[in-house]
Ligand binder design. Structure first.
Ligand SMILES: [Zn+2]
Length: 367
């Protein structure tokens, strides 16, 4: 068999082919064995081939012809439908553990931390085709110029991805079920990941503002994860409190040839709805070429209740020689950053974070 005789590069480090070969099989005596189907999908995805039909074409006479050989998209679909996803999830976690042991999940910008991002995306939609697992909703759309309402079928997934690496390393995905929101789906995914990888596998979990919800944060901390989530209008009291203290001069300024970064760090800010304190950091980037500035505000974990707090100023901040910067439209810009994060799964380095003891120092991974 081709796969037994061909030593792929990933076999040397991960023993990949043997692990795939040992997975429980979903079909009895198939014409195309599971490792062949798996490799077709794996290599097709790794080379960003966008559909099973195109993978079939590449296997027949294209880039995968020599390594995989002919296999139809129907066969691939049939095999995948009958294969249990749990062993694939386990395999992904084994690869991730090996990567961590080999020390490649960290990078300079993350300052030695293994950083994972969580996010949800919609991966397909159709008015015509559906499967048993499809979500559905009523959507108004135009058909031949006439507005009509139809049921649209779609899927949403939540993905967990290591982002402190030169390229994103996926840890796992979970499909949202009908009636299940993104945040509970993400929590279920992380529970499975922590079961497989342990609570200290990831140093920091980052995510969009949708994850900055008191119940989710509580559960994430129960899993032993530190976190940093974008702060936006969905937490109005915390945002308002943070804005009060970041209206003055920044704690640090970094000037480069193309842009200037201004950073504010608030070690403890009251988060009333969660009855706790969190650290908040804001990063404001202005370019020297006339492009619009962008800003981002994030909050992060703080488990112990401190003995003091940042109070809202009742007058001009008591800072001598204070020269006000132009007030950035920080929140709107932050929302834009969050949207680009959602699409690409490649968030920029997190601007703030974690459960460090109370200090006015900037977190080591911000600015
Ligand atoms: Zn479906």
């Amino acid at each position: 068999m081709l796969f037994a005789s061909t030593k792929l590069p990933h076999d040397k480090v991960f023993d990949f082919s043997r692990r795939v070969e040992q997975m429980p099989k979903g079909r009895q005596a198939p014409q195309h064995p599971w490792p062949k189907v798996f490799d077709a999908v794996f290599l097709g995805a790794a080379t960003q081939i966008p559909s099973l039909l195109q993978i079939e074409a590449e296997c027949r006479r294209g880039a995968l012809a020599k390594r995989i050989g002919p296999v139809s998209d129907d066969t691939i679909g049939y095999a995948l439908q009958r294969q249990s996803p749990e062993p694939v999830f386990t395999l992904t976690c084994e690869v991730a553990r090996r990567l961590k042991r080999n020390g490649v999940l960290r990078s300079d910008w993350s300052r030695g931390l293994v950083v994972a991002a969580v996010d949800g995306i919609e991966i397909c939609r159709s008015f015509l085709r559906c499967c048993n697992a499809c979500l559905q909703r009523e959507v108004q759309h135009k058909v031949r110029g006439e507005l009509r309402t139809d049921i649209q079928y779609y899927h949403r997934i939540v993905a967990a991805v290591i982002v402190s690496t030169p390229f994103p390393v996926p840890l796992g995905i979970r499909f949202q079920k009908q009636g299940e929101a993104e945040v509970p789906c993400a929590l279920a995914l992380w529970k499975d990941l922590v079961d497989q990888l342990g609570p200290r596998f990831v140093d920091l979990l980052v995510g969009d503002a949708i994850y900055l919800q008191a119940p989710f944060v509580k559960q994430v901390e129960r899993l032993g994860l530190d976190w940093a989530f974008t702060l936006k209008e969905n937490q109005p009291e915390l945002l308002r409190e943070a804005q009060r203290f970041t209206g003055g001069p920044p704690a640090t300024v970094q000037s480069g040839p193309k842009q200037e970064l201004r950073c504010w760090h608030l070690p403890q800010v009251d988060w009333p709805v969660a009855d706790r304190w969190v650290r908040v950091s804001k990063r404001f980037a202005s370019t020297t070429n006339g492009q619009s500035p962008s800003a981002r505000m994030a909050s992060s974990s703080r488990k112990a209740r401190p003995t003091w707090r940042w109070r809202a100023p009742t007058s001009t901040p008591p800072i001598l020689n204070w020269v006000p910067f132009p007030q950035p439209s920080s929140i709107n810009s932050a929302a834009a950053d969050g949207a680009s994060t959602r699409r690409s799964f490649r968030p920029s380095p997190p601007p703030a974070t974690s459960n460090i003891s109370p200090s006015t120092k900037a977190p080591p991974w911000s600015c």
